[in-house]
Design a binder for this molecule. Structure first.
Ligand SMILES: [Cu+2]
Length: 68
């Protein structure tokens, strides 16, 4: 299932890489794409991983998931 999250605090290509790396190492998360201008992260959650796991990975990387 393709999901889109709003992520606060991303400001440059380094942030894009950090968030991408944090997500891609989660089980079943594939095709991570970050839209820096919109502050959006899109990914395919192929194993229906719980959203709190995904949010924690982003938080641990130093960014904040905005409520949708
Ligand atoms: Cu940055």
């Amino acid at each position: 299932m393709v999901s889109v999250l709003k992520v606060k605090g991303m400001s440059c290509q380094h942030c894009v890489m950090s968030v991408t790396k944090a997500l891609i190492q989660l089980e079943g998360i594939k095709d991570v794409q970050v839209d820096l201008a919109k502050g959006e992260v899109r990914f395919d959650n192929t194993k229906s991983l719980a959203s709190d796991r995904i949010q924690k990975a982003i938080t641990d990387a130093g960014y904040e998931v905005a409520p949708s």
